[in-house]
Ligand binder design. Structure first.
Ligand SMILES: Nc1ncnc2c1ncn2[C@@H]1O[C@H](COP(=O)(O)OP(=O)(O)OP(=O)(O)O)[C@@H](O)[C@H]1O
Length: 794
């Protein structure tokens, strides 16, 4: 058992103005416990009661200041927890802090750069690396991903549901057994045999979370997410199985108080934005107070799920995320106070071991059999059913070893089963009879089987019967072999077909290791044939899921497509997308070159082996023709070849390891890009819908169903006749004719597109030459909509 208090760490998010003067200081003197001092600025302090303290000091295991990178966070915080999980203990890491303080960034990571990977992907990578290295145990890994919103649990990984809102996801409920163990009904567990499979699950869950969120339920802000890695390990031959769970928790934003209109007074506890965080705090308070017998875990779903992590069987770590800007000082102090309380909680982690249930069942079955036999002997009701073939075989073995044993003291143990006892007697009788027959006619021992057949008509019949059975078995075996051959051919065809499909996807594919187009094929890099089939499946599934989720399944009209292209081009994320695309291309070309070298090394190894084998053959031939002994020590040439072979193998191994690492990076980058694409699509859809609604309410052209009404197209005409919701001049003064269809949806699509194009053109115009021709352009002269909010903000 390991007794440990919950470890607390602080992480300060980079502020816009780096290190705001005098707001906080970090004391990380090696001799003392690291502490964070938050200093209330004078003006802020003045506003409160007179005896208000001006600075607060909080102690943490470690404080990560603004420049701390994700790899440092993983090394110091997550790696030790992952190690305990690998050893068989439960672990939890949870991030707590106000909205926007960096919880998601710390737990999952940022979507912009590969180096921004958070604790979850890095932990998965570390765990799979360790599992791969440790050949002494058999491991199985499962993943689950739970979201809790408004006291309801949702399964983010359910493969049958393609959610468009949170309610579409399967609801997860809590069940408690008599031993007070919590079970989550409806939460699916997915086996992941590789890091890649586990990352795909993380990606699926994150996409579900993003798609399901609505403006009312800003998923990451208002909900809690628990990503769990379930690890089972067993030593070969051992009956003991170890189970360990690692919860990686991204809590909802912790801003606990809202400002009321009256004097900015803080609201009371009853007005917590997030009730379950309030209950979490109550559990923490109860646990940190001595002599409290009742801990109110059951008050909320989140505390019930995390029951073991808080004061139970778990190694738990908390990361307090802080956004230390002037306006966030209250929240930051409150987060630190919460952490100080958490640090008082003691956990007792034990190894979760149990005997393999399958072995227990086998043992109990054997015991039951023996007891039944004994009972039958005692009650005088012997069992009448015939012994099974397996039982007879086992008995024959026992008899043979008993008879062959020269020790006069040896015993024949057949248990309390009368059928077996009878069988033994029968066997002995037969032996006895055979022996006495043998004594009577010693010649009989020399008689051949065939002779016996002709001599004894009864035995001849048996012999024929046996021959028939043998023939029958031969036929059966032939049929089965044919079937097997057919199956093998079928599976080879499937593999061949899939790799052909794949090569069609990749126009410039040169070798199985070298996919041609980075955009759609790196994911399968390096995989062997059966894996490739599986990879394609995963990728196609994910890709179609994505497209369906983002509404890309429906065909876009040309106008909408054009608007989407413009939206995409001008979107703030497009630079990141482009950057990642470039990095991806670069990585892919590195992988391609490396793949070529790996292939080269592989064929070189093959050639060297062949040369060595040929050398051997020549020596053997020589030995045979000259009738001399083959030299037992290798000659110089062979030694040289062997040295080259070793060198080539080393080179191959190094390059292969590098290639594997590149593959992981490429896949991660692709996940990031996929995610960014979904986000973009989603934002576009939202914007499009909003524009369409606005147009429907504002435009008389649509409302009146006048098919001949039209819309201005050129920026020039716009400048002459500005269109605003109030003057609605456009339909009255058409400058070009765009016929509308009369169908509300279609018309609003057309109108929204035209508006979008106008706005873009206008922006371009404002940005370049029109500034010169227009004496005083208004910042948003004609367009009533906020077309690209991000651009305008920028
Ligand atoms: N350490 C950091 N370095 C760089 N960027 C960061 C860091 N921490 C947070 N950010 C950025 O700040 C923004 C808000 O962070 P994040 O979404 O992680 O906050 P959060 O606490 O999870 O908020 P919420 O409660 O709404 O989920 C994101 O754009 C994120 O990329």
């Amino acid at each position: 058992m390991v007794k440990q208090t919950i470890q607390i760490f602080a992480r300060v998010k980079p502020t816009v103005r780096k290190y705001q003067q005098g707001i906080y200081s970090v004391d990380e003197d090696e001799k003392s416990i690291p502490s964070l001092e938050i200093i209330l600025p004078r003006d802020l302090a003045d506003g409160f009661v007179n005896n208000k303290r001006e600075s607060y000091r909080f102690r943490f295991q470690r404080i990560f200041d603004q420049d701390a990178k994700q790899d440092a966070i993983f090394e110091s915080i997550a790696k030790p927890v992952a190690e305990s999980v690998l050893a068989g203990y439960n672990g939890t890491i949870f991030a707590y802090g106000q909205t926007g303080s960096g919880k998601t960034f710390t737990i999952t990571g940022g979507a912009e750069h590969y180096s921004d990977r958070g604790i979850i992907p890095r932990t998965l990578s570390y765990i799979f690396e360790q599992l791969h290295k440790d050949g002494s145990k058999m491991y199985t890994t499962h993943i689950s991903y739970l979201e809790i919103y408004n006291e309801c649990g949702y399964d983010l990984l359910d493969p049958r549901h393609e959610a468009s809102s949170l309610e579409d996801l399967p609801k997860v409920t809590i069940l408690e057994d008599p031993d007070q163990n919590i079970h989550l009904k409806n939460l699916s567990l997915h086996q992941a045999t590789t890091e890649e499979e586990a990352l795909n699950l993380l990606f699926l869950g994150d996409t579900n979370r993003m798609i399901a969120e609505t403006p009312m339920n800003q998923a990451s802000t208002r909900s809690h997410c628990i990503f769990t890695i379930h690890l089972t390990s067993k030593e070969p031959g051992s009956a003991t199985v170890r189970h360990a769970k690692l919860h990686l928790v991204d809590l909802a934003g912790s801003e606990r108080v809202a400002k009321t209109g009256v004097g900015g007074q803080l609201l009371t506890e009853a007005k917590y934005i997030n009730l379950s965080l309030h209950y979490l705090e109550q559990v923490i308070i109860a646990l940190s107070e001595k002599h409290r017998s009742h801990i109110p875990y059951r008050n909320s779903m989140m505390t019930s799920v995390l029951r073991d992590s808080l004061g139970g069987n778990c190694m738990t770590t908390m990361i307090a995320t802080l956004s230390l800007e002037k306006r966030n000082i209250d929240e930051s102090i409150s987060t630190c106070r919460f952490a100080q309380r958490v640090a008082l909680i003691k956990n007792e982690a034990v190894l979760n071991e149990e005997i393999d249930p399958k072995l227990v069942i086998l043992r109990l079955q054997k015991e039951l059999r023996e007891l039944k036999d004994e009972l039958a002997v005692i009650t005088g009701e012997p069992r009448t059913e015939a012994l099974t073939e397996a039982e007879l075989l086992q008995l024959e073995k026992l008899l043979t070893s008993f008879l062959e044993d020269q020790d006069p003291e040896s015993r024949l143990e057949v248990g309390a089963d009368m059928r077996k006892v009878h069988h033994c007697f029968h066997h002995f009788k037969k032996l006895w009879n055979d022996k006495s027959l043998g004594k009577k006619s010693p010649i009989s021992a020399e008689v051949t089987d065939q002779d016996q057949v002709t001599q004894d008509p009864f035995k001849g019949e048996e012999y024929k019967k046996l021959q028939d059975i043998l023939k029958q078995r031969d036929n059966e075996i032939n049929i089965l072999v044919n079937m097997l051959k057919k199956e093998k051919k079928k599976s080879q065809d499937v593999l061949h077909l899939s790799s052909t499909d794949r090569s069609e996807l990749r126009p410039s594919q040169g070798s199985p290791l070298l996919p041609g187009n980075p955009e759609d094929s790196q994911r399968t890099l390096l995989s062997s044939a059966p894996r490739q089939v599986q990879d394609i499946g995963t990728w196609q599934h994910r890709s179609s899921l994505l497209h369906k989720k983002a509404g890309m399944g429906e065909e876009m009209s040309l106008g909408r497509q054009e608007a989407f292209e413009i939206f995409k081009r001008d979107h703030a994320d497009s630079i990141t997308l482009e950057d990642n695309k470039q990095i991806l291309k670069q990585r892919f070309s590195e992988a391609k070159t490396l793949g070529e070298s790996v292939n080269e090394a592989r064929s070189k190894i093959g050639h060297l082996k062949e040369e060595i084998a040929q050398g051997h053959m020549q020596q053997m031939d020589l030995g045979i023709s000259e009738n001399t002994a083959v030299p037992s020590t290798p000659d110089q040439r062979e030694e040289k070849l062997r040295a080259q072979l070793e060198e080539e193998k080393r080179r191959y191994k190094t390059m292969f390891t590098h290639l594997k690492a590149l593959k992981v990076e490429i896949e991660h980058l692709q996940l990031l890009m996929d995610k960014a694409k979904v986000k973009l699509q989603k934002e576009f859809e939202a914007w499009w819908a909003e524009e369409a609604t606005n147009l429907q309410t504002n435009s008389p052209a649509v409302n009146s169903h006048d098919h001949t009404k039209s819309f201005p197209q050129t920026p020039e005409s716009q400048h002459e006749q500005p269109w605003t919701p109030s003057n609605k001049r456009v339909p009255e003064r058409p400058t070009s004719s765009i016929p509308l269809t009369g169908d509300n949806q279609t018309d609003s699509d057309i109108l929204a597109f035209i508006k979008a194009r106008q706005s873009i053109l206008q922006k371009k115009c404002l940005g370049v030459s029109c500034l010169e021709s227009q004496p005083s352009p208004s910042p948003s002269p004609t367009f009533p909509f906020n077309l690209f909010p991000r651009i305008q903000q920028a």
